[in-house]
Design a protein. Structure first.
Length: 348
């Protein structure tokens, strides 16, 4: 059965219950009580409930599992118009495995779990779409804003809608130089209290991977390596840091999920660390050289805080001739494919 996060969820009707304003077409979004042009505070508390796409709403009756997909990679991670092609491709990968895709985003102050074609195009093409972390959801919904969801926001909304499996590229984590700046992604704490299975290629390699794994252990977030004894390095197949547990099939992951449900206890995510294939990874020597030089440039230019990650990722893309972006996409495709297979295995 779908499992929502514990007491951390907002009050109200269960997200999967239909309502008169739960339509997800572009016309419904623009005319709904949650639209920025018409809503008034207190008019309709139900507008804060996630809107399910027609495909997602129909999934339970058809016995189909649903896989959550984030939208930040579409709006902010890829160049236009390739971003829309990739977004459509990822959804088709899920469908081809026998599951239903649910790309998650916020449109006109409404959280959407699953996007119609025109809504997906809007997220890909509208340059005013904001980037929304979990902490940004309440202001975005209250003000009628539109935004693409990060890992933390996507995981929260997916679990709020009763979804069990979420596929992404790489997680955020503990940044290098944490002892000086104490910079840590919101992903970690959110995953520590959201019982969802996240398929990813590890954490972004620009981060402090050992410190991130230590932090996840402290927070009680489970990690299994998929077909590997080492934690993946996002662009790289291996970060060199070992994992404690390895699984080799979607059925094994599904059994871990069942055991986790049966045990009960505190809610926390299960991370399935799925490495990018060796043949698709970024050349390790090139990766290490460019990253070291980019970190030096950060220090020389005084770049700190939230400016570090976009600077480093931009440097990797530019100075590898786009090879880092291709490795990223290879990882995302593999994660989406595996997540769909896990979701199917979990309902059998």
């Amino acid at each position: 059965m779908p499992q929502n996060p514990a007491e951390h969820l907002p009050p109200g009707r269960p997200a999967g219950r239909s309502s008169s304003h739960g339509r997800s077409s572009s016309h419904g979004a623009s005319s709904s009580p949650g639209a920025s042009s018409s809503h008034r505070p207190g008019d309709d508390e139900g507008r804060y409930e996630p809107v399910l796409s027609a495909e997602v709403r129909a999934a339970p009756a058809a016995g189909l599992p649903v896989v959550a997909l984030e939208s930040t990679i579409i709006a902010h991670g890829l160049p236009r118009p390739r971003n829309l092609r990739v977004a459509t491709e990822l959804e088709e990968i899920v469908r081809s495995a026998g599951a239903v895709p649910a790309t998650i985003a916020v449109l006109d102050g409404r959280a959407h779990v699953g996007l119609e074609k025109d809504e997906l195009a809007r997220i890909a093409e509208d340059p005013t779409v904001r980037k929304l972390s979990h902490r940004d959801l309440a202001p975005a919904l209250a003000s009628g804003a539109s935004g693409a969801t990060t890992v933390s926001a996507t995981a929260f909304l997916a679990a709020r809608a009763g979804l069990r499996v979420f596929a992404t590229g790489g997680l955020g984590g503990v940044h290098r130089g944490w002892t000086e700046h104490q910079d840590e992604s919101a992903d970690l704490r959110l995953l520590a209290r959201t019982g969802i299975t996240v398929v990813c290629a590890g954490v972004k390699s620009i981060l402090d991977v050992p410190a991130t794994l230590q932090r996840l252990e402290t927070l009680g977030v489970g990690i299994v390596g998929y077909g590997t004894g080492h934690f993946p390095g996002f662009y790289l197949s291996s970060s060199g840091v070992p994992v404690d547990w390895t699984v080799d099939s979607p059925a094994e992951v599904a059994e871990v999920m069942r055991a986790k449900d049966a045990l009960g206890g505190p809610q926390a995510a299960l991370i399935v660390a799925n490495p990018v294939p060796v043949e698709d990874q970024l050349d390790p020597a090139l990766h290490d050289r460019v990253l070291a030089e980019a970190l030096d440039a950060c220090r020389e230019r005084g770049i700190a805080g939230q400016g570090v990650t976009p600077f480093l990722l931009d440097q990797l893309t530019r100075r590898t001739g786009g090879a880092s972006l291709e490795a990223n996409l290879a990882a995302v495709r593999g994660n989406v494919r595996l997540a769909a297979r896990i979701a199917v295995a979990a309902v059998r």
